[in-house]
Design a protein around this ligand. Sequence first.
Ligand code: NAG
Ligand code: NAG
Ligand code: NAG
Length: 795
Amino acid sequence: MLYQAFSLISLFHGFVLFLGPYSNTVYGDVTYSFPEEMKRGSVIGNIAKDLGMEPIKLSSRKARIDTEENDKRYCDINLKTGNLVIADRIDREGLCAKKASCVLKQELVLENPLELHHINFHVQDINDNSPQFNEVQMNIEITESAGKGARFLVGEAHDADIGQNSVQKYSIQRNDHFLLDVENDAVNLVLEKELDREQNGEIQLLLTAMDGASPSRSGTVAIHIIVLDANDNAPVFSQAIYEASLPENSPLDTAVLTVSATDADEGINGEVTYDFDLISESDKKTFVIDHKKGDIRIVGKIDYEDMTSFELRIKAKDGLGLASYAKVIIDISDINDNAPVIHLKSLTKPIPENVSPGTEVGIINVQDRDSENNRQVRCSIQQNVPFKLVPSIKNYYSLVTTGQLDRELVSDYNITITATDEGSPPLSSSKSVQLSVADVNDNPPVFEEQSYSAYVTENNKPGSTLCSVTARDPDWRQNGTVIYSLLPGEVNGTPLSFYISINGDTGVIHAVRSLDYEQFRSFEVHVMARDNGSPPLSSNVTVSVFITDANDNSPQILYPAPEGNSFMTELVPKSAQGGSLVSKVIAVDADSGQNSWLSYHIVKSTDHGLFSIGLHSGEIRTQRDISESDSMKQNLIVSVKDNGQPPLSATCAMYLLISDNLAEVPELKDMSYDESNSRLTSYLIIALVSVSTFFLTFIIVILGVRFCRRRKPRLLFDGAVAIPSAYLPPNYAEVDGTGTLRSTYNYDAYLTTGSRTSDFKFVSSYNDNTLPADQTLRKSPSDFAETFEESPEVI
Ligand SMILES: *[C@@H]1O[C@H](CO)[C@@H](O)[C@H](O)[C@H]1NC(C)=O
Ligand SMILES: *[C@@H]1O[C@H](CO)[C@@H](O)[C@H](O)[C@H]1NC(C)=O
Ligand SMILES: *[C@@H]1O[C@H](CO)[C@@H](O)[C@H](O)[C@H]1NC(C)=O
């Protein structure tokens, strides 16, 4: 050690030399090296010797140690020996702390001459301090989830000493989990084996720090390791599968069940929350789970028909996310909450009214969404309709007719189908079905009356209405549309259509032309009413047309022959007494009744008062006896008048010859107009008289025969001068009062409003003159007689 000190001195000499220029009295340094904490009085060295001085001189030169300013004086000089001794405690750690070299500077002052020597003390460390930790006990929290190799820094230990005397190594108490690793003064616990809080929640370790001296000193710290819980336990459900049963339509907020799971972890790691896992949107709207309590409740409508059971996955999760799962199965039970639904699958519409009973007209399907008994459905319809429901396959029913339908009676049915299920309480629903009955042409038109009569006065205007017929047909549309037509018929051999026509739409019967009473007084028409169905139905009715008479015929004088053709002369015997019948004017009138009631007047006579004429009989009688003075030739102009309004009349001339003898006839020549014809005239007169006589006889015979047949015979004429109808001149009926032929009639075409072309009446031009001869009156004598019967005054 000393050797070291000297070598240092030489080093400081060099340094002094370098500073030399300051003073001659400053000498080089003396250096001593010694350990700290030496006892007071311990000799450090001999300064006299080291300075090469006699120790005796120390006293004389008043050697002393001066300290600069207030520095402590650590040493004293033994002036006798020249030894430097420790004067005060020298604590290296106190003076120099961690400096590697700790040097104390002291000054040695010598007087006479004044000399100043620096004395340096190198204070050397001794191991007087132990390593020391900051705390006695250290707490470390380590989560149990820390993996192998995890490092945890623990505080290092400190040693005031330096070098080998400072902390050189650490050691740790043997334990299961940790190793020690020191790296650049950083002391780490390295986890060698994982921790498990649930097994061992706290660990106590003793860490020791040692310095490098010998014997070494050490310091310890207790490490208290708290194993923090890691979330290493998942929650555990009490059951893997929870089951519940629930009626459908359960009210909202009904509790279904509660799931529960426990977690062995503590704190947040053991806090279990519940939720649905992988839940469908619809389930999410139906159920809700209380996240804390695990109660499952209903928040939506539960419909068995939609879903008969639910399977929910429940997840229980602890605070740090470890989860486990359970299943919840909720069975839904059916409630009768669906009424049956009636579907109309097919419907015959409309139904022809002639379908036979038992015809299927509709198919109905009934469905109920509930199950079991709740979906058993019974179906019915109301009474009093000609329909019934017949169960068919499964939920199908046939609607069939039970009777004959008649559209004309009931054309529409309102069928109410009622379906009831067998739930409790049962539910039912009903559906209304409209059935319409289609028309079939099953009704012929029916005339309102059994028969019709029409009265028309002759000489009617063409086109005038005779009457109208009406028939009704209750069928629908064209099946009930009535068309009128005339059935073919004849009047006196002429087709009926020649005289009348019918409006097919209205049933109005028109006369096509003027009717003539004298031609026929009545006839029958058969009118057919036909509907427009296919095939059509028809019926017919008889219309009797009666023609009433008009005074359209002037009396027709049959005897004597009309004027201008008068070669007829009546002989009157001279002996004729007053009142004797001399001749008779014979006239007929084609009219009837009053119109044919004739009256006779003498409008002009040669000798007034000689002859009179029967007002109604036309008999010419002498009013008095013929006297010699009476003129032989007597002419009478007789007018025959009927009783019509206005009356019509005809006149004739009657030539009477008062003579007993035909020999006087030559005088007839005077009476003739044409002498050359007188002979012929005489013959004709003779012929006529004989023919007349013959006919009178003939008529009397016929009347006699009739008289025998009839209970009450009637004579046409008093004078038995009967004119057979066959005698009437042809066309006489066609001659009107003025004797001119009727003009040609033009008829309008009667166009019906409908489209029935068959009913067009198309009468163009017609000329009366075209009447065939056999169209004239053919009157039998009896007809003639009846004519007169109509007027009681006759006879
Ligand atoms: C049919 O009956 C239903 C119910 O009874 C009613 O509402 C409807 O008006 C009826 N329809 C006819 C056309 O009568
Ligand atoms: C008329 O009746 C026939 C059957 O006779 C039927 O086919 C037709 O549809 C009916 N017409 C109407 C308009 O109803
Ligand atoms: C007219 O009707 C009767 C019974 O109503 C019938 O016997 C006759 O055949 C019908 N005549 C015609 C032409 O249709």
